[in-house]
Design a protein around this ligand. Structure first.
Ligand code: 13P
Ligand code: 13P
Ligand code: MG
Ligand code: MG
Length: 380
């Protein structure tokens, strides 16, 4: 076991009340029970169970490193137990993200998504966990570029000596099942040349180039790996951003979300809608199964455990992270997101209201074309 701490955020949609809205509280509770047993057994140091829209997010700390089979097995057991509860209650899409029944050592390829970072705990260790519903991993590309590459967002890139050295970006190419590590600031334009194509490229990880700092960010990209050759990874991704002291400040990491960019997903995973920053409580999709939501929860990692701002008299194990997008400052972004989403909706089934043909999660086009093939005439 390592003296380094691992923060694992593993998520899945295993069913929800009335369409793709929110998991039943019983489903969250059974996840908590499984993870409590994981703490007792020494697999985990600590955990917090939360959700965004219909996705359950397990936020866990331990000393077992990334891709640990005991930790992944525990998360899978939690989701399977929650899926069972969902089926018993006849929840909508019960067991949606459980693609396989038998666990084989790693959650990757089984349906759930995972973002994990391992690091040596600093004197103070602030982390943000972003959780999104109704969108895809490449949605994080624009905000992460602003946070780690853009000095007009992160003044720290100019004035913090360690952040000033720049960062390494691990970028995945979904179509070719490839990855590449690129360096900022010198390769910034090349990085943007790739990441601007959100249908093909996404960020997996960002590292500091300074020897003492380590990992800065990680995104869950599991479905992208699964679906190599075709971009269908609208797996409602999570993203961890580690902050301060050589990394972007918390406020620098939050700032880009004030722009409600258009992201792919939304209704039936087949539309562009504006990303709506909100509290966990406000994350139920309420307009055309959206607009796509993003939440941001802040913790300190302290002695290998999660530390929020809970009252010490509250029940043990119940953490209270800072729910950053709950505040009224974000009303402005929400208002813009709703306005942009209404505008996009007015396109109905026309692009760019709907996604390009390669990205649609639902389509009738092959069947329609087949039906029409005899009537389709060549133009001279
Ligand atoms: P403090 O001086 O309050 O720690 O703030 C520094 C900082 O990093 C602000 O983002
Ligand atoms: P989820 O991916 O959140 O389950 O949503 C699916 C969908 O089709 C929403 O309209
Ligand atoms: Mg769902
Ligand atoms: Mg979802």
């Amino acid at each position: 076991m390592s003296d380094r701490v691992t923060l694992s955020v593993i998520k899945a949609d295993v069913g929800s009340v009335c369409g793709h809205s929110r998991p039943h509280p019983k489903m969250m509770r059974v996840c908590e029970d499984v993870l409590k047993d994981g703490v007792k057994a020494g697999t985990l140091n600590d955990f917090y169970v939360t959700r965004v829209g219909d996705d359950i997010n397990l936020i866990m700390t331990h000393n077992r490193g990334e891709n640990n089979s005991s930790v992944h097995g525990l998360a899978f057991e939690a989701f399977q137990t929650a899926a069972k509860a969902a089926r018993e209650m006849k929840m909508y899409a019960a067991g949606q993200d459980i693609l396989k029944d038998a666990f084989s050592g790693n959650i990757r390829g089984m349906g759930p998504g995972a973002a994990e970072i391992e690091f040596k705990e600093r004197g103070a260790e602030p982390v943000l966990v972003f959780m999104a519903d109704k969108t895809e991993p490449s949605a994080y590309s624009m905000p992460l570029c602003r946070i780690f590459m853009d000095p007009f967002t992160t003044t720290g890139l100019v004035i913090d000596p360690r952040a000033h050295e720049g960062f390494k970006f691990e970028i995945v190419d979904v179509m070719d099942s490839k990855k590449i590590v690129m360096s900022t600031p010198e390769e910034s334009y090349d990085i943007l040349s790739l990441l601007g194509d959100t249908t093909r490229y996404a960020i997996k990880r960002i590292y500091s180039k300074h020897a003492d700092v380590g990992v800065g960010a990680c995104v869950s990209t599991e479905k992208l790996n699964l679906c190599a050759g075709k971009y269908v990874g609208k797996d409602d991704p999570v993203c961890i951003v580690r902050c301060q002291s050589g990394l972007p400040a918390v406020g620098e990491a939050l700032q880009p979300f004030m722009f409600p960019q258009l992201v792919a997903g939304w209704m039936r995973g087949s539309h562009y809608g504006a990303w709506y920053p909100c509290s966990v409580e406000d994350s139920d999709p309420s307009y055309f199964d959206g607009p796509p939501r993003v939440c941001s929860l802040g913790f300190q990692i302290s002695h290998g455990k999660l530390q929020g701002c809970e009252d010490p008299d509250s029940p043990l194990g119940v953490h209270k992270p800072v729910d950053y997008f709950a505040g009224s400052v974000w009303d402005e972004a929400r208002r813009k997101a709703v306005k942009a989403s209404i505008y996009m909706r007015q396109h109905g089934p026309f692009m760019p209201g709907i996604l390009g043909p390669e990205e649609m999660e639902y389509t009738t086009r092959p069947a329609v074309l087949k039906k029409l093939q005899d009537r389709m005439e060549k133009i001279d």
